[in-house]
Ligand binder design. Structure first.
Ligand code: XMP
Length: 513
């Protein structure tokens, strides 16, 4: 079955994955590709439409990313956004200028509602602007379809060729009717049917996996988190007992987590899996001794994972593939095209260069978190597993700032356990995106009883997020925070201070490292 595809051509903007998400919300499959992809490759993928993203450059910078003009002769509808709109105007002979001041933030835009892109949109609509350069003159054959008092071409269109461009960002929430505009592009302009559904993705992927793997043996890195659990169940449906799941207890798990994972996926659990638990705690503590740099810690943890898997694979013998539950934001944040590397997710950039497997299979590589959950439900995985708190592969290693020691791990485990218990008791556990306790590298003076203490500060984090790319601190009632604080101080040895982290992402990240 040919799947409808829209390509987001990445020119280095911050919102590129958001554009892909929005397109998928129209039930059209979408992938982000770097602008360095060749036109031939694009044509081979047979996209129904292309979206040029924004980007930090001016089209006049020597280093600015451009694309060959022939893309405009390929007969594919194109929507240019922000930098992408300027690039379209510039390449097709319009005029792009630099304004003396930038236009930034919520802006009222007057739009031509006769234009297909703005069908069903209000004549005056609030859009999100973020630019310095602007299109002063649309290219020949284009009509201006939106403007603001300071931006003469806030949108332009050449309906005959199906080229559209907006100076503002329809993909961000601040553009009130942006979703309608994207839907108009994808459905009405590109002619997509919008029939991409999770059920078909799951079945297609299982069939592809079965074909690719044949009689091969596969090892799955199972952490018990949502992503790897969904990957494991998907693989088990595809190849049954050819799959072995290896669960590494790296000593950086939450309290009791090792036993909980074993209870679900182990011999007494609900799945008929070959399941191996490797207790590698001490090995990790030894490797992490004295290491403070977050990226170095991630790389060590990632490398050790692979080494453990290689050892297990040798014991099983002739293992061809390694499966990981990598998801799309991991791939993007680890650096794709022009976007900056935020951190090396251990599933992706944290892997060592040499890996002793024929290939690594990542069946969820193209899915966002909520899509992984939908896939999990399609696969019949129980809700309590599908909606588990996300837990990073490097585990408590990225929730302990600075050097990891066994003592610090115990402190975070106990503090985090209390925090989760109290959040659940207060009935707040369902609504929140992610919450956990971390350990700062700070020790400070306190007084307990009549004695001076010099102990660690625990940081509590709780965020609301839908896509894990942006997040805001949750407003936890003071009484709950107070209760958690007093329990942690009283019950966890080595802690004399508890703090609540109010930082959003960006500029923070969800984890501490
Ligand atoms: P950050 O800290 O990057 O987290 O804002 C975004 C989401 O990703 C999870 N995360 C990871 N997951 N390997 C993973 O499997 C990693 O290295 C990793 N780092 C962060 C984090 O828990 C949050 O849900």
């Amino acid at each position: 079955m040919e799947r409808e595809l829209v390509i987001v051509l990445d020119f280095g903007g911050q919102y590129n994955q958001l554009i892909a998400r929005r397109v998928r919300e129209c039930n059209v499959y979408c992938e982000v590709k770097p602008y360095t992809i060749s036109l031939d490759e694009i044509k081979k993928m047979n996209p129904k439409g292309i979206i040029f993203t924004g980007g930090p450059n001016s089209v006049y910078d020597d280093a600015s990313p451009h694309y060959e003009k022939a893309i405009f002769e390929a007969g594919i509808p194109i929507l240019g956004i922000c930098y992408g709109s300027q690039l379209m105007a510039y390449t097709l002979g319009g005029e792009v200028k630099t304004a003396p001041v930038s236009e930034y933030g919520h802006t009222e835009v007057s739009v031509d509602t006769e234009d297909v892109l703005f069908e069903g949109v209000s004549e005056k609509t609030v859009c999100w602007m973020s630019h310095t350069d602007y299109i002063a003159q649309a290219p020949e054959g284009f009509k201006v379809t939106a403007s603001t008092p300071v931006c003469p071409v806030a949108a332009m269109a050449c309906p005959e060729k199906k080229f559209y461009a907006t100076q503002f960002h329809p993909e961000v929430m601040h553009t009130k009717e942006g979703m309608q505009m994207l839907k108009n592009f994808v459905i009405n302009i590109c002619g997509c049917k919008g029939d991409w559904k999770m059920g078909s993705f799951v079945n297609e992927t299982i069939a592809q996996l079965r074909q690719k793997i044949g009689n091969g043996k596969v090892l799955c890195a199972l952490s018990g988190g949502v992503d790897s659990s969904v990957a494991a169940v998907m693989l088990s449906k595809a190849i049954g007992k050819q799959l072995t799941c290896v669960f590494v207890d790296h000593g950086l798990l939450r309290k009791n987590e090792g036993d909980e994972v074993e209870a679900v996926f182990g011999p007494n659990g609900a799945y008929e899996l070959n399941f191996i638990r490797v207790n590698a705690q001490q090995r990790y503590y030894d490797k992490l001794k004295g290491v403070e740099d977050p990226e170095a810690k991630r790389k060590i943890i990632g490398e050790e994972f692979i080494r453990v898997f290689e050892e297990e694979a040798k014991k099983i013998g002739a293992v061809d593939y390694l499966v990981q539950g990598t998801i799309y934001p991991d791939v993007i944040e680890s650096g794709l095209g022009q976007s900056a590397v935020i951190k090396s997710h251990h599933n992706v950039g944290g892997l060592p260069g040499v890996v002793d497997f024929k290939e690594i299979i990542e069946p969820l590589r193209m899915l966002f978190k909520d899509e992984v959950r939908k896939a999990g439900l399609e696969l019949g995985i129980p809700e309590y597993l599908v909606f588990r708190q996300p837990f990073p592969g490097p585990g408590l290693g990225v929730r302990i700032v600075g050097e990891v020691t066994e003592e610090k791990v115990k402190i975070v485990q106990d503090a985090d356990y209390i925090y989760r218990e109290e959040i659940a008791k207060a009935g707040l556990d369902k609504g929140m995106g992610q919450y956990f306790a971390g350990l700062t590298n700070m020790r400070s003076v306190g007084v307990m009883g009549d004695f001076r203490t010099y102990d660690y500060a625990v940081a509590l984090r709780a965020v609301n997020t839908s896509d894990f790319m942006t997040a805001e601190a949750s407003e936890i009632p003071y009484e709950v925070l107070f209760k958690v604080t007093s329990r942690i101080i009283n019950e966890v040895k080595g802690v004399n201070r508890v703090m609540y982290d109010l930082t959003s992402k960006p500029p923070g990240t969800i984890e501490f490292e």
